[in-house]
Design a binder for this molecule. Structure first.
Ligand code: NAD
Length: 556
């Protein structure tokens, strides 16, 4: 279908009719289409899903061939995808994955943005981010619960309470994932000010119900902050501006927020971060006419931005890096102590990783929200003791609007993901759910990523950069028979900084799905336990002992 600009618009089919030869292929096709649904993707015309230039397919020709290949794929075959292009199809066996994906992987000494862009220009590569190229992005909700958890944990650390009533958060970015911040801040009862350089991004988030109000000036924003914090009323405010201007202005005015972070697309100084001192239109032009100058200005602006974050930290704000690698670029710009700002994983999230917890999610291939509501009820029934989870589902039902196929993010841990998916599989089998359910997760999970400036920052044994773990994760999930498995490089933090793996599993009600779930939804979060036990975390060791995770050689 073509839209008004002559570009194609795509959307996943709904319902329980197959267009492929099996549900795993059908699910891969629907989730690829769903990633590019205009309700879901940031720039679907260019196949961009989120996170700067994170794409679902290399180009439209590859996209067409992917769809055609998925339609012809037999139930004992496996399709190979190399950086968003289908490159081969082999006979494997019924319990094997239907699709194997490798995106943006470069040999370490060549793993730079410059080399990547050379290859991209020649049509040889695409940037897969994390869930963009592995077809399990579910819109801003995918990061909403994690962002909410981070704010709540930051509250506990700084003020001894998860309730941020009357507290003020400042952050940057209102794009694909960063757009979860205004709603997550509000869910934690805070007043959150999000600085975003692109007005249309704020407008989009307002339409989606993620942001309350748009303002054009810092003074106007601060008046609203004052009003809402005084009343103790949660609110989200989008300020059109550049972080490299606005944060130093806060320092100058002596306005010290309670929390400071940032989620602009700083992982990519050319196609993500926008330098200050230029209008957005001027920046877009400079990016094309003089990319080298653009990149230089971008890195300089990140230096200014992070220096202001450090100043606010020194003045008492609880300040953390939010997984976009801005500290590394600020360091390049001469801010030698950029890493005095802690990353959010070591600061708040690692204890959850030690329990095999992470951003697990599911989507209803029927397109029927009732299927998700039934699973919401199931989650509340199965995990009533998990107060955070029960509250999360109640809040999400009230506040999260569907984007594309109805879906739910839900941080479940080892031993719970498989139990939950098995029950869902039964509900598909007995017709309680209208169509199969897709279970997947972010690559930002407990045992699936090596990213020394983010998920594996400051590991207890210094193993931050060891990338054997995500590779083992992909291998064990392939051996166990996930429906599709992916290995990517550069997601979240950019080229040269991360290696990570994803898996997706389809519960179609069959006996084979049951067996796959029993294997993969234990091995996958189990990798988180194993990885953290190996690094010497006591909590992971306790969980391994409690839950019987077999670890041949324990440290100590
Ligand atoms: P995006 O490209 O969709 O959105 C980023 C937004 O930042 C854009 O709207 C852009 O206009 C804005 N921006 C860029 N430079 C700016 C500046 N100087 N001042 C103000 N606004 C500016 O990307 P996204 O999907 O929202 O991801 C954002 C970043 O967060 C990426 O680096 C991504 O890798 C990272 N990320 C972190 C996590 C996590 O869990 N911590 C998860 C996903 C993504």
């Amino acid at each position: 279908m073509e839209n008004q600009t002559g570009q194609r618009t795509v959307r996943a089919p709904r319902g329980n009719q197959l267009h492929c030869k099996g549900w795993a292929q059908e699910a891969a096709m629907r989730m690829l289409l769903n990633n590019l649904d205009p309700e879901v993707a940031e720039d679907p015309d260019h196949l961009i899903v989120y996170g700067g230039i994170g794409k679902a397919a290399r180009d439209w020709r590859s996209f067409d061939q992917l769809i055609a290949s998925l339609k012809e794929l037999d139930n004992d075959e496996t399709l190979l995808v190399q950086s968003g292009k289908p490159v081969g199809l082999f006979r494997t066996h019924e319990a094997a994955p239907r699709v194997l994906i490798a995106n943006s992987n470069l040999v370490p000494s060549w793993a730079t943005w410059n080399h990547f862009y050379e290859l991209e220009d020649k049509g040889l590569m695409m940037y897969g981010q994390m869930t963009a190229g592995s077809w399990i992005y579910i819109g801003a909700q995918g990061i909403l619960q994690g962002t909410y958890l981070s704010f709540v944990e930051a509250g506990k650390k700084a003020f001894g309470t998860p309730d941020l009533t009357g507290r003020f958060i400042v952050t940057g970015g209102m794009g694909g994932m960063s757009g979860a911040q205004p709603l997550a801040g509000k869910m934690a009862n805070a007043v959150i000010l999000v600085v975003e350089v692109d007005r249309s991004r704020i407008e989009r988030k307002m339409k989606e119900g993620y942001c309350d109000v748009l303002v054009e000036s810092l003074d106007e924003a601060l008046k609203l902050v004052e009003k809402f914090t005084t009343k103790g009323e949660p609110a989200s405010i989008g300020l059109v501006g550049n972080c490299a201007d606005v944060l130093p202005a806060l320092v100058e005015k002596g306005v010290i927020p309670d929390f400071v972070t940032d989620q602009t697309s700083a992982h990519d100084p050319l196609n993500g971060y926008v330098p200050n001192g230029l209008t957005l239109a001027e920046a877009n032009e400079l990016r094309v006419t003089d990319p080298k100058t653009y990149e230089k200005r971008s890195i300089e602006a990140m230096g200014i931005h992070v220096q202001a974050m450090l100043d606010l930290q020194a003045a008492g704000a609880e300040t953390f890096d939010y997984g976009n690698n801005i500290r590394a670029y600020a360091k390049q710009a001469g801010v030698s102590n950029a890493f005095d700002i802690p990353g959010f994983v070591p600061a708040y999230i690692r204890p959850l990783f030690c329990e095999g917890k992470g951003p697990f999610r599911w989507a209803a291939l029927s397109g029927n929200p009732q299927d998700i509501y039934k699973l919401d009820r199931l989650a509340k029934e199965m995990f009533p003791e998990d107060e955070g989870l029960v509250n999360w589902i109640t809040m999400a039902q009230k506040l999260v609007k569907w984007q594309g196929l109805p879906a739910r993010i839900c941080w479940l841990g080892y031993g719970d993901r498989d139990r939950f998916a098995l029950r869902a599989n039964e509900m598909v089998a007995n017709g309680e759910l209208e169509a199969p359910i897709v279970f997947g997760r972010d690559h930002l999970d407990c045992g699936s990523v090596a990213s020394p400036n983010r998920e594996t920052e400051g590991m207890k044994d210094g193993s931050d950069a060891v990338a054997d773990w995500p590779i083992l994760n992909a291998l064990i999930n392939t051996a166990g028979g996930a429906s599709w498995v992916s290995v990517h490089h550069g997601g979240g933090v950019g080229m040269g900084y991360s290696v990570h793996a994803g898996q997706v599993l389809v519960a179609d009600g069959s006996q084979l799905a049951k067996e796959r779930i029993k294997r993969v939804l234990l091995s996958d979060p189990g990798m988180g336990i194993v990885r953290h036990v190996d690094a010497g975390y006591d909590r992971a060791m306790d969980v391994a002992n409690e839950k019987g995770v077999h670890i041949p050689l324990k440290k100590g």
